[in-house]
Design a protein around this ligand. Sequence first.
Ligand code: ZN
Length: 77
Amino acid sequence: MNCPSCNRLLYSRQHKTCGFCGSELPPEVLLSDDEVAAIKTEQAAIAIRRAKAKAKEEEEKRKQAASDGGFDILPMF
Ligand SMILES: [Zn+2]
């Protein structure tokens, strides 16, 4: 999608004005509020998935370390 005024590529369709020439963009160029909300929801879901994957990876590492070598819990006196 390009700006109808300066014809440059629009990087974000969430802004109401062109980042290059500053002209107001027609509504058909912009994402609707619903679409913006959907994108934000999707981005949040991706972030959560990544965080979970990372947490799982860390846990696997911990398990690996624990099974590797004698991290037996010693009684503390
Ligand atoms: Zn423009």
